[in-house]
Design a protein around this ligand. Structure first.
Ligand code: ADP
Length: 478
């Protein structure tokens, strides 16, 4: 079986241990052994980035644009193969995975151009003979810590702006999905970047991630993952004065009003709630439905949910792939049990499935008659579990939608321009969707949330410069 090494200072280096990458659709299928750095190797990666950062920070934006463009072109040319690898290690379906790979390619292409578009400001000083200039500079070394649910897109949307704006990178991908990150690193290794500008350090969060948190040479930390780890990142960053950016999930509401097109609304709820196996931080896990259409909506959504084809991620007929691993499956099942104990009514699914392959299969679970105060409606489950919550009218629905510790994305299905406008303004979420699923966003628009979902500057689009650069104001006496 092939062993995949870390990429540090332009060298492929094996660490002291290896971890098998297991296919959640078929646990007998092992994609390879992926090296795990120890704290010494993590330190080596940080040192390499630290050495490479100053020259890279002063490099021509044309050099950075060309390198990023080459990376983007190769990802796009190989999107089918990269998508298959991604589907095999993470379990989302092949079309979802190929779409994610294509998105990663588009992100690199977008940031190739952003490298050239970085601009400053010139202000008239209030004092005579002085010029004021505002410029943006790279942070230096950035540590990028990524989760398992978007194995190539999230690394891409952190790496591409980091490099575009002249930072040196250490990427620490999630333990469960090193394959896509490794493939991306291999592409980056041939893009003509100086040694040490990009480093891949696969390994445990508690070792490699922690090394990035603690090391004073790491000037910025961009993290996507759980709330608990996000809080550790923030505390460490505050203590040693590093810049940080956190994305930590959601409990996203989709509000369905009585004047909505019910078939379209069911489609939004099913897409947003169950596709990618519900393993998206933007998944609509709370569907709040106006009482007047609640029974009709619940009945139709149960029918559609029941008919979803769960199966091997690489089979063409599959609509919903497996849960990513045994411990996430256990978490989903624990919440399903809790929902029943709390008095929610199971309308469809919720049971594990035994299929032709040994995998972590779960029938998407739809609960009806939920109360927003129930624990399973307040805590992020991160699986194919959707709770239907009845509401009396628009105002009540809006209040329920906002009654959550999270604030990543939200949605409304309605035919009313008045309610759509009001919801856009009053929803306490970073991203608001009208008549479309809460999950599924463009790669050139800012991504991020409010409340417990996010901290720090937005990711993606031109807004990414806020995190990956530092503003400098210069005063010059002519
Ligand atoms: P999830 O529950 O989605 O796995 P985590 O927050 O545990 O979320 O993981 C997200 C990323 O954070 C992963 O790359 C993981 O290895 C990393 N991580 C976990 N623990 C730590 C830690 N103590 N310090 C830094 N990174 C960590």
């Amino acid at each position: 079986m092939q062993t995949y090494a870390n990429y540090i200072a332009g060298q492929w280096l094996v660490g002291p241990s290896q971890r098998p990458n297991v296919n959640p659709s078929d646990t007998g299928d092992v994609l390879g052994l992926y090296t795990q750095a120890d704290s010494e190797q993590a330190e080596q990666a940080i040192a390499a980035a630290h050495v490479a950062a100053p020259a890279w920070g002063l490099s021509s934006p044309q050099v950075r644009a060309d390198a990023l463009d080459r990376i983007g072109s190769e990802i796009l040319a190989r999107k089918e193969e990269l998508g298959e690898l991604l589907a095999r290690e993470e379990g989302k379906t092949r079309p979802e995975a190929v779409g994610e790979a294509a998105r990663a390619g588009a992100i690199f292409k977008f940031f190739a151009q952003e490298a050239l578009r970085l601009r400053g400001d010139k202000l008239a000083s209030v004092r005579p003979g002085i010029e004021v200039e505002v410029t943006r500079e790279p942070l230096g070394v950035v540590g990028l810590i990524t989760p398992w649910n978007f194995p190539i897109a999230i690394p891409a949307w952190k790496i591409a702006p980091a490099l575009a704006f002249g930072n040196a990178v250490v990427l620490k991908p999630a333990e469960l999905v090193p394959g896509s990150a490794w493939a991306l690193a291999e592409i980056i290794s041939r893009a003509g970047l100086p040694d040490g500008v990009f480093n891949l350090a696969m390994g445990p969060g508690s070792v490699v991630g922690q090394a990035l948190l603690n090391d004073r040479r790491v000037n910025g930390l961009s993290f996507t993952g759980s709330q608990a780890t996000g809080q550790r990142v923030a505390m460490a960053a505050v203590q040693r004065g590093a810049k940080f950016q956190l994305e930590m999930g959601g409990k996203n509401p989709l509000l369905v009003l009585a004047d909505a097109d019910i078939e379209a609304a069911v489609n939004c709820a099913v897409q947003g709630g169950f596709y990618s196996t519900g393993q998206r931080c933007t998944a609509s896990s709370r569907v709040i439905v106006e009482r007047a259409v609640y029974a009709r909506f619940a009945e139709r959504m149960a029918e559609v949910t029941q008919a979803l084809r769960v199966g091997h991620a690489l089979r063409p007929e599959t609509q919903i792939g497996p849960v990513v691993d045994a411990s996430q499956l256990q978490q989903d099942l624990d919440y399903i049990r809790l929902a029943k104990e709390e008095g929610a009514r199971l309308l469809a699914g919720g049971q594990t499935l035994t299929l032709d392959w040994p995998g972590h299969y779960l029938a998407p679970a739809l609960f009806g008659d939920c109360d927003n105060a129930m624990r399973h409606c307040q805590e992020e489950i991160f699986g194919p579990v959707v709770s239907l919550i009845p509401c009396e009218n628009y105002e009540h629905g809006l209040a329920l939608a906002n009654d959550t510790p999270f604030g990543l994305s939200s949605g409304i299905c309605t035919g009313s321009l008045k309610h759509a406008h009001h919801f856009k303004r009053h929803s306490q979420a970073g991203m608001v969707m009208v008549n479309c699923p809460t999950a599924g966003v463009d790669y050139h628009a800012p991504f991020g949330g409010r409340k417990a979902s996010s901290m720090g500057a937005r990711e993606q689009g031109s807004y990414a410069a806020e995190f990956f650069t530092s503003v400098k104001t210069s005063y010059l006496q002519a």
